[in-house]
Design a protein around this ligand. Structure first.
Ligand SMILES: C[S@@+](CC[C@H](N)C(=O)[O-])C[C@H]1O[C@@H](n2cnc3c(N)ncnc32)[C@H](O)[C@@H]1O
Length: 284
């Protein structure tokens, strides 16, 4: 794609001036917390071209204007959904699920917590909360009656990703990303060319649309997975969100950020815990 001077016209026809890009970037951050790089016009054009075509718009300036209109809630939702990155996989990074199985669930059992709650705070298409639920099923099989139940709340800002998660049906490509053959045959039911997560694993997970910047949770959690989402936010937003998360956790609760996300400089509410499996955090 060619980029000249202060204006950019993508191959798809979307026109973006520097000024409109800056306004769009600020508006997207207000709406979702997502802070785009200084010059990601090509990304914006490729992610929004289809939507702008649907709405009959050819310049980003027009889109920015319409985003401010009270009646354009659906447009705001669609823009957020188009701009999120939903990359995920089963048992991503491995170690959080190993720590859950080997350290955290045994600790809760020995403390007599009968119904622990886990929050998957940017769950995308469901692989993370269902991976957690599979670990719980495996634990309950080894330790029958250890818990009355483990409740998993899974939230995301992206309604389309949540639709996929609720449907719990995955194609060959997504199944190949991180699932062992043993877990596939144990926790999935084949339906034609797709695999559906078994009821026992699914029933434990409740999905809800929620913006981490604004939404509130009604329960306190023993553990929170907030992985590979803080990277999209500015430092101040990370601080605010980590404060909200700390407020939604029980004392001594565990927090898993993404494998490459360090939270120490944004929050002193948590202490780092090192195990032989990897690093996670604990609410002080
Ligand atoms: C890269 S995925 C990470 C999924 C999963 N946690 C993992 O690590 O595999 C990031 C997710 O964060 C969600 N997200 C982005 N901004 C958000 C916000 N302000 N509130 C809630 N979710 C958000 C996106 O919709 C996307 O599904």
């Amino acid at each position: 794609m060619a980029q000249a001077g202060t204006s950019f016209r993508a191959a798809c026809g979307v026109q973006i001036t520097d000024a409109d890009y800056r306004r769009f970037r600020a508006r997207l951050e207000e709406l979702s917390g997502i802070l785009l790089g200084e010059d990601k016009k090509y990304l914006v054009a490729s992610r929004l071209s289809r939507l702008m075509e649907d709405y009959g718009m050819s310049s980003l300036g027009e889109l920015v204007e319409r985003l401010s209109l009270p009646a354009e809630q659906e447009l705001r939702t669609r823009v957020i959904e188009a701009m999120t990155t939903n990359e995920t996989s089963w048992f991503r990074d491995g170690y959080p699920f190993e720590i859950l199985a080997a350290v955290i669930l045994p600790e809760w059992q020995s403390r007599g917590i009968r119904r622990p709650r886990i929050w998957s705070a940017a769950c995308s298409t469901g692989q993370e909360p269902y991976s957690i639920s599979m670990v719980v099923s495996e634990y309950l099989e080894r330790h029958p009656g250890a818990f009355e139940e483990v409740d998993i709340l899974a939230t995301d800002i992206d309604g389309r990703a949540l639709d996929v998660a609720r449907e719990a049906r995955y194609d060959e490509l997504s199944i190949q990303r991180g699932l062992s053959q043993q877990r596939l045959s144990r926790f999935f039911v084949r339906e034609g060319r797709t695999w559906r997560v078994q009821d026992t694993v699914r029933r434990r997970v409740a999905f809800r649309r929620m913006n981490l910047q604004a939404g509130a949770v009604t329960h306190r959690f023993e553990a929170v997975f907030c992985r590979n989402v803080l990277i999209y936010f500015a430092p101040e937003t990370k601080r605010r969100i980590l404060q909200r998360i700390a407020g939604a956790m029980r004392p001594g609760g565990y927090l898993f950020p993404g494998a490459s996300e360090s939270i120490s400089q944004y929050s002193d509410a948590f202490e780092m815990v090192r195990t032989r499996h990897g690093i996670h955090y604990r609410l002080r």
